[in-house]
Design a protein around this ligand. Structure first.
Ligand SMILES: CC(C)(COP(=O)(O)OP(=O)(O)OC[C@H]1O[C@@H](n2cnc3c(N)ncnc32)[C@H](O)[C@@H]1OP(=O)(O)O)[C@@H](O)C(=O)NCCC(=O)NCCS
Length: 186
């Protein structure tokens, strides 16, 4: 099912064969650098299970991002719930993104993120949305800032699964009214 369309993209639910394709095109070192490194098939199966669980439990998830022009899978972007060990804001609506390397630097993540925030504050009526990353992942927090999200150092926390290179988790947030104002300027 298609959940959103933008100028260049479709955001859609996961279907048959998508998990295998995603693992093949996404599970590479540059993409996974700030996410704990490349995943074993077992780790990806568990991650994909969590993606399916968000859909089942909340009706939203990290949707597949595909290029409208040819249907190519570019990655995922969408809405999950904060579930990381040690998190300061468990259960909050969280926006997340991951694109294959060939899709970086074209504004595709931003385009998909705008559609996801519209869904968060529209269809899913979230009071606010958070985004989580680490200081080294400049591409990710740069996008958070371009979207008008605010740094919330008071919500930073240590994720016990990772060592110092991937800690602390840093937190950004945006509320519904702030998104209306930010979106007008994008
Ligand atoms: C995080 C990630 C999604 C960011 O992707 P991105 O392509 O840098 O983000 P955007 O879509 O906002 O693109 C911005 C870049 O596209 C450029 N661009 C080109 N055409 C553009 C257009 N039409 N509109 C907007 N920007 C455009 C911008 O100038 C900018 O380039 P710059 O960073 O060199 O200044 C990507 O790096 C990624 O998938 N990383 C690996 C996974 C990951 O770490 N995920 C986050 C976990 S917390």
């Amino acid at each position: 099912m298609i959940v959103a369309t933008t100028d260049r993209l479709r955001l859609r639910d996961w279907g048959e064969g998508d998990a295998e394709r995603f693992y093949a095109v996404m599970n590479h070192e540059p993409v996974m650098r700030w996410l704990g490194g490349v995943q074993t098939p077992e780790q990806w199966r568990e991650a994909h299970g969590r993606i399916a669980g968000f859909s089942r439990d909340f009706g939203h998830t990290l949707w597949i991002v595909e290029r409208k022009a040819d249907g190519e899978m570019l990655g995922f972007c969408g809405l999950k719930r904060v579930n990381a060990p040690g998190a300061s804001c468990p259960g909050d609506v969280e926006i997340g993104w991951r694109l294959r390397e060939e899709a970086w630097g074209q504004g595709i993540a931003k385009e998909a993120a705008i559609a996801s925030l519209d869904l968060a504050f529209g269809r899913f009526a979230a009071p606010h949305v958070v985004a989580l990353t680490v200081a080294g992942n400049t591409g990710s927090w740069g996008l958070m800032e371009r979207l008008g999200m605010r740094r919330r150092a008071d919500l930073d926390y240590v994720d016990p699964r990772f060592g110092p290179e991937l800690n602390p988790t840093i937190v950004y947030s945006i509320a519904a009214a702030e998104w209306q104002a930010a979106r007008a300027g994008l």
